[in-house]
Design a binder for this molecule. Structure first.
Ligand code: HEC
Length: 185
């Protein structure tokens, strides 16, 4: 099946197949929408966060935010610029975004999955469509794919941003991160 060159292509017929492939590429265990043993939003929101410690978490720890986001300055990244995110969301909404990234997702950041005629499967954000190729972008690389070698393609309303980002943080660290994000305006 040939992919429609328009981004709006929703190849319902192949969706189940590709979703199956996709889930095998993702976390080994089927990820529940909200991890049962994950961070407790109420506990995090009850804590007072520290802006500076939150900044350190983003800029000086192994948290991956900067792989996908710029914070007002620096090169364009895959995800939205967070330089003024504090104007857009309050703490509760920010936390919800971090715990459940796919709940509300701008279609321009939806994940596209492509299976090629050689059987390879790529996923990323669709950043370019021309008459003869499409280009996917993931956090590490740009993936140009000639249309002639696209066997199947489907767009998922699933964010490329992992829902598990806060798992490694203590509730206090999560509160610090929220305080930092809230201060970006
Ligand atoms: C693998 C890439 C990736 C990583 C890592 C990542 N994000 Fe994201 N993030 C995205 C993408 C893509 C979006 C836009 C789609 C969506 O809303 O899920 C997004 C959306 C967001 C939004 C909502 C933006 C808006 O305007 O609605 C916030 C807030 C956010 N990320 C914060 C973070 C923080 C904080 C971290 C680190 C703890 C992080 N992200 C790590 C890719 C990523």
């Amino acid at each position: 099946m040939r992919a429609d060159p328009m981004n709006s292509a929703r190849l319902a017929g192949v969706a189940l197949f590709v979703l199956a492939v996709a889930s095998s590429l993702r976390a080994p265990a089927p990820a529940p929408r909200k991890p049962a043993a994950g961070p407790d939003p109420a506990a995090i929101l009850a804590l007072k966060g520290d802006f500076e410690r939150g900044r350190e978490l983003v800029f000086e720890s192994t948290l991956q935010c900067r792989a996908c986001h710029r914070f007002g300055t620096g090169e364009e990244k895959l995800g939205p610029d967070l330089g003024e995110i504090g104007k857009k969301y309050d703490r509760a909404k920010l936390l919800e975004t971090l715990l459940d990234a796919s709940k509300e997702i701008d279609p321009k950041y939806a994940t596209t999955l492509v299976e090629t005629t050689s059987g390879a499967v790529h996923s990323g954000i669709l950043v370019e469509t021309t008459a003869d190729r499409i280009v996917l972008q993931d956090p590490e690389k740009t993936i140009p794919i000639p249309l002639a070698s696209v066997r199947r393609r489907v767009t998922q309303q699933k964010s490329i941003m992992p829902d598990s980002l806060l798992q490694a943080l203590t509730p206090q660290e999560a509160a610090d991160l929220l305080e930092f994000l809230r201060g970006l305006r």
